[in-house]
Design a protein around this ligand. Structure first.
Ligand code: FMN
Length: 241
């Protein structure tokens, strides 16, 4: 039996298999990197649309903390991106609260609260509301979310008017679909209440460890990784001090 040609053929086949697997792995890696970069770009575009133009001098995606107030923010943990200007002054805190009681399930929001307490804007990140009814909260379907909230604050309108018009407030509802806008208005108001309670600590810069500082044990939870002032705000919100 001629073993040499069989061996050579085996080696050639083997090298093709190894090369093929390597190529697939490399393509997968490159695609993952591209997808992550695209997602990051898309999020940055969304953030920049809800802060005053030209006032974003930092990377808000890197300047982020996590806070927790399920009662007001709708989830166990809530991400907060902070926006700063050229003078490193706080411009906005952009929170990602969850509307727990959408018509068809939770709705994820992006809520920009400027440093003066007014809203820079609100956007929907994810929802399951009914097409043609509750999905008008999506900026791609309707201007409702772009037009209703900009510039509003807890003082304008007064707290009792933070409701849809049908309930005596100032916010438009949708024809035949009041549940969705009612829930979104309540969640945005709750986010403003949270920000007022957290105060300036929410806008404080993330503390960066000095290079020569002794290494510290990693924080147990993202909330503990928040700046000291934000941690104390968090503790206050939890009634712990
Ligand atoms: C199939 C179906 C889907 C609906 N989807 C929504 C929705 O996404 N959001 C919403 O607020 N109401 C939705 N509604 C209507 C609500 O059941 C409810 O009637 C309405 O929100 C009350 O508002 P109205 O008092 O203005 O009619 C839906 C109703 C049906 C039958």
């Amino acid at each position: 039996m001629k073993t040499a040609p069989i061996l050579v053929a085996g080696l050639i086949l083997g090298s093709f298999a190894v090369g093929g697997v390597g190529l697939v792995a490399m393509t997968h890696e490159l695609t993952d990197t591209r997808i992550a970069a695209n997602k990051r770009e898309a999020m940055l575009t969304k953030l920049k649309a809800i802060v005053p133009s030209g006032r974003v001098a930092n990377d808000p995606l890197a300047d982020r903390i996590e806070v927790s107030d399920p009662g007001l923010l709708g989830g166990a943990q809530t991400e907060v991106f902070r926006v700063r200007d050229q003078d490193d002054q706080p411009v906005a805190a952009i929170l990602q609260p969850v509307v727990p009681d959408g018509y068809a399930g939770p709705i994820r929001l992006l809520v920009s609260v400027l440093h003066d307490g007014s809203l820079g804007g609100v956007r929907v990140l994810e929802h399951h509301e009914t097409p043609g009814l509750g999905d008008k909260i999506d900026e791609k379907k309707d201007d409702w979310i772009v037009e209703q909230f900009n510039g509003k604050s807890l003082g304008d309108p007064p707290p009792e008017q933070w409701q849809v018009k049908r309930d005596g407030g100032v916010f438009d509802q949708f024809t035949g679909a009041t549940i969705t806008p009612r829930s979104v208005v309540r969640a945005v108001k709750n986010t403003l209440l949270y920000v007022r309670r957290a105060g300036d600590a929410l806008y404080a810069p993330t503390q960066v460890a000095e290079p020569e500082a002794a290494p510290q044990a990693p924080a147990a939870t993202p909330v503990e990784a928040a700046p000291a002032q934000a941690r104390s705000a968090y503790a206050r919100n939890q009634g712990a001090g």
